[in-house]
Design a protein around this ligand. Structure first.
Ligand code: C5P
Ligand code: MG
Length: 223
């Protein structure tokens, strides 16, 4: 991981939306949909950590591997540095897949969906104060029963070290004990937009779109 300059992004220029939910709630799947419709760049904290873990010569490789297998939250410095680097890179070479993407990403502006982050209060406080204040939080609420089923199904092909019954149990515990307090914290700030994500991908996405459009409207912004 390259050393980072401690850059802070201007939240009037850079829109950050956190996407939270338990493991298997559908964060990644739904972010893929949102990217197409709203010209976001999608950054998955878990994907960034897995890429860093696999990167040859990473000083954090073993640490990340151990935390992921145990379903524990990697120390915030590591994850925040990865996110900051990825944001800088996207702002330096903005996407231009649609005409609106080009305009939404011009003159230093940018739009990020950050999925699976913050998962712990220290990450939330550090990111909002030192990296970029988030606009709102999309929270996908799901039952453990449905999430377990999805993760075991994904585990058949994902190759992930944590998509097995034992790690999943630990991830559920971490979510309840460590990550739900983050959702509650943002809830008290009036920043949480909640969508039930038990149904099919398509049905959930319809609700997400409605919720996103409504929220942008409330904020007086273009979706
Ligand atoms: O979001 P995802 O399921 O891909 O995350 C996989 C694992 O990566 C988590 O269980 C956790 O060990 C680690 N992680 C983390 N901090 C985050 C996001 C993910 O430590 N903000
Ligand atoms: Mg994911």
């Amino acid at each position: 991981m390259a050393p980072t300059q401690e850059v802070r992004f201007d939240s009037s220029q850079v829109t950050v939306i956190f996407v939270l939910g338990g493991p298997g709630a559908g964060k990644g799947t739904q972010c893929e949909n949102l990217v197409k419709d709203y010209d976001f760049v999608h950054l998955s904290a878990g994907d960034l950590l897995r890429a860093e873990q696999a990167r040859e010569g990473s000083e954090y490789g073993q640490l990340i591997a151990d935390y992921i297998k145990e379903g524990k939250i990697v120390p915030q410095e590591v994850t925040i540095a990865l996110l900051r680097n990825a944001m800088k890179a996207a702002l330096a070479s903005p996407p231009s897949n649609t005409p609106s993407a080009a305009s939404k990403w011009s003159d230093g502006r940018g739009r990020f969906l950050i999925d699976g982050f913050p998962r712990k209060m220290d990450q939330a406080l550090e990111f909002d104060s030192k990296v970029c204040e988030s606009r709102f939080v999309l929270f996908l609420r799901c039952t453990e029963e449905v999430m377990l089923e999805r993760l075991l199904e994904r585990g058949k092909t994902s190759g992930r070290t944590d998509d097995n019954a034992e790690s999943i149990k630990k991830r559920f515990r971490t979510f309840e004990e460590t990550s739900m307090p983050v959702v509650e914290y943002y809830g008290k700030e009036g920043k949480v937009v909640e969508v039930d994500s038990v149904e099919s991908k398509e049905a959930v996405y319809r609700q997400i779109k409605e919720a996103m459009d409504g929220t942008f409207k409330k904020l007086g912004q273009e979706p």
